[in-house]
Every structure is written in structure tokens, then in C-alpha cells.
Design a protein around this ligand. Structure first.
Ligand code: TYM
Length: 354
């Protein structure tokens, strides 16, 4: 996890002739987790506070690559929007909307379906994991998923994409698509994006198994902390989190082979805005009986105000829908000319008026 290197490339890299613009997305396929918060949402707010133009999207078209219950999808989309607002994303400064309201995403995704190669997509580890053994039964959408992700980003000419570690391979594919499109049409129309993967929590792991990612789709609710969990539930999940009998060591290297211990240290560090080394500096020599209550207190102190604000936003679903609609209209105004220019580069006639 070399966060500094990532950040350095981000500033030195993609900008070129393109103004710095951030895009990122979260699937509304379930309640958001601590992993989504530390790996993504918290950092989205930081980027906004740095004054960088940012576009944030609830990617419902991605969510439906596996079947979603319609009522749940609607509720999850509003809950995710509420989480963005509660975490500090300010719709007056950053764009916030849901993907299906800006059809340019799906249109550019089709173009990228024709640019990306089957072999590239077949190598995506997330597809292999999600499709499991029976690939023939996976939806075509699940296979083509990274092309839509590339379209999400490039339809805004975004230059930087803050994400957790698990999205790195998809962003490499996004870069490959930009390079191939530019090459095939003899242009430099699409920027080659830079991922921003930084901080102590780029990969928050399950509380039950330190070798698996914390995920909203894990069947065990005890494996994750949900942003909507109340204080007692958060404390109980941390108390029951799997650990080992050893005390915490002095150096990070001594956490090798102790994935659960490393994960809890990283979570503490990210919640407290400390380096993991500083956390060890404070707790070295002490066992989890001492560490876990402190972690639980910290997690509750950070998350309880967020979940309270979420509940406030969720009491006005019509307000959330209105806000998403307004965000979508502003997003559309940026995306449409870029899509039209793409069609023009490709020789497609667009003569319809009105
Ligand atoms: P999704 O919905 O799985 O996750 C949203 C964001 O949360 C991060 N994340 C984590 N970070 C640290 N630890 C974890 N355990 C953890 N779990 C999730 C993810 O890395 C991500 O940043 N394909 C994307 C959504 C997407 C997107 C995009 C992202 C669609 N289009 C364009 C960026 C740009 C996804 O499924 O994320």
C-alpha cells in the first residue's frame, strides 16, 4: 500500500491538457459499509475540501448487473445518497446523482464495448470472483461492467479517480480503453486517468476473516460495519471481531501473517487520521482486550453522527430524489457535448434537432 506514490503520480500524471476533475462511483447494491466509507466516501469529502471539481455517482446501472429487488434498489439508492450527504459531500460544490438519469453513460459504454477486447475483460479478477464457477450463467452486463465504468469516467473527461484498492484493475482497463480509442481514431480526445488509492484503509477487510474484503454482499452481517448500524451494534461487532492471542507489536512488519490484527490497526488509523505506525506506537505490547474497546469507542464517535445525519436525510425521500435529479441535469450538461464529440470523431451522423 504505497499511498504516497499513488498521490504523487496523481498530481504529476493525467492532467495534461485536461483540467483536473474527479469522478467516482458507488454501487447502491446494499447498505454502505465502513470499507466504502474509509476507502471512498471519506476521501471524496477530502477532495471536495481541497477544492477539486468532483462528480460523484450512485451507479445503479452497475448494480443491476446482478439481479436487484426493485424496492430494495430504490431504498438502497436513497440510502447511499443520504450517506454521501451525511459524510459531507455538498451537492452545491460536488455533483451527486444516480447513473441511470444520465443516459450518456450507457451510450458511451456501448462505444467502449466496441473498443475493449474480450480478452481484456476476461482477465478481470472481479468478474471471475463474482461470476464464480458458472460463467455461462453470468449476465452479459457483469462481463462488460468495466466498460461502463470507463464510460462513467470518460464521459466527463475526468482525470483522477479516488477508489479503494479493489478497483485498481478496472482503472487500468479504463486507461487501456482511452489509449486504444485515441490510437484507433488518431486523436488525444480522452484523458488517460490516474487512480488515487491512498490512506491506511484502501482495503478494509472482513471482521470475520482478515483475508477477505469487507463487503456489502458478504452473507454474514457480523463481517462488516454498516454506516447505518447503531452504536451498540458497532461495539458488539468489534468486540466479536476475529483476532489472535498475541499482543500488538511495535512495528508494522511484525503484523505480517496476522491479517486480522493488521486490519483492526488499519481501521483505527484511518478513523483517527493517524499512520498505522502511530497506532502501534500507542498500543504496542497490549492485547486486544485493551485495543478493541478503544477501537469501538473511536468507531462509534466517528460513525454515530454520520448515521444520525443519514436518518435525517432519509426522512425526506422526495428531497433526496429532487437533489439527485438536479445533480443529473448538471451532469448531463457536461456529458452530452463530450458524447457528441465522440460520435463526431467516429463519423456518426447526428443531424436530429429538438
Ligand atoms: P463499490 O460499490 O464496490 O465500492 C465503492 C467504493 O468503495 C471502495 N471499497 C472499499 N475500500 C476499502 N475497503 C473495502 N473493503 C472496500 N469496499 C469497497 C471501492 O474501492 C470503491 O471505491 N465499480 C465500482 C463503482 C464504480 C466506479 C465507477 C468507481 C462504477 N463506476 C467509476 C470509480 C469510477 C464499485 O463496484 O464500487
Amino acid at each position: 500500500m504505497d499511498d504516497r506514490a499513488g498521490a504523487a503520480t496523481a498530481t504529476a500524471g493525467a492532467a495534461g491538457r485536461f483540467a483536473t476533475r474527479i469522478f467516482s462511483g458507488i454501487q447502491p447494491s446494499g447498505g454502505l459499509t465502513l470499507g466504502n466509507y474509509l476507502g471512498a466516501l471519506k476521501r471524496f469529502v477530502q477532495k471536495q475540501e481541497e477544492g477539486i471539481e468532483a462528480i460523484y455517482c450512485l451507479v445503479d446501472l452497475h448494480a443491476v448487473t446482478v439481479w436487484q429487488d426493485p424496492a430494495r434498489l430504490r431504498a438502497n439508492t436513497r440510502e447511499a445518497a443520504a450517506a454521501f450527504l451525511a459524510a459531507g459531500v455538498d451537492p452545491a460544490r460536488s455533483l451527486l446523482f444516480n447513473q441511470c438519469q444520465v443516459s450518456a453513460h450507457a451510450e458511451l459504454a456501448w462505444i467502449f464495448n466496441c473498443v475493449a477486447r474480450m480478452g481484456w475483460l476476461g482477465r478481470m479478477t472481479q468478474f471471475k470472483e463474482k461470476a464464480g464457477k458458472d460463467r455461462e450463467a453470468a449476465s452479459v452486463g457483469l462481463f462488460a461492467y468495466p466498460n461502463l465504468m470507463a464510460a462513467d469516467i470518460m464521459v466527463y473527461h475526468a482525470t483522477h479517480v479516488p477508489v479503494g484498492e479493489d478497483q485498481k484493475q478496472h482503472l487500468e482497463l479504463t486507461r487501456d480503453i482511452a489509449i486504444k480509442f485515441n490510437h484507433d481514431f488518431g486523436t488525444d480526445f480522452f484523458p488517460v486517468v490516474e487512480p488515487i488509492i491512498e490512506g491506511a484503509a484502501t482495503r478494509v477487510m472482513s471482521l470475520r476473516d482478515g483475508t477477505r474484503k469487507m463487503s456489502k454482499s458478504d452473507p454474514s452481517d457480523m463481517s462488516r460495519i454498516n454506516l447505518a448500524d447503531d452504536a451498540d451494534t458497532i461495539a458488539q461487532k468489534i468486540r466479536k471481531a476475529r483476532t489472535d492471542p498475541l499482543p500488538l507489536p511495535e512495528s508494522l512488519a511484525a503484523l505480517d501473517g496476522r491479517p486480522e490484527a493488521r486490519n483492526l490497526v488499519n481501521i483505527y488509523a484511518a478513523l483517527a487520521d493517524l499512520a498505522p505506525e502511530a497506532v502501534l506506537g500507542e498500543f504496542a505490547g497490549r492485547g486486544f482486550d485493551a485495543f478493541k474497546p478503544r477501537l469501538a469507542d473511536l468507531a462509534v464517535a466517528v460513525l454515530a453522527p454520520i448515521s444520525a445525519r443519514m436518518a435525517g436525510h432519509l426522512s425526506d425521500p422526495a428531497g433526496i430524489d429532487r437533489l439527485l435529479g438536479e445533480g443529473a441535469a448538471r451532469a448531463e450538461a457536461i456529458a452530452r457535448p463530450i458524447l457528441e464529440a465522440t460520435f463526431a470523431i467516429m463519423g456518426m451522423i447526428r443531424s436530429r434537432r429538438g
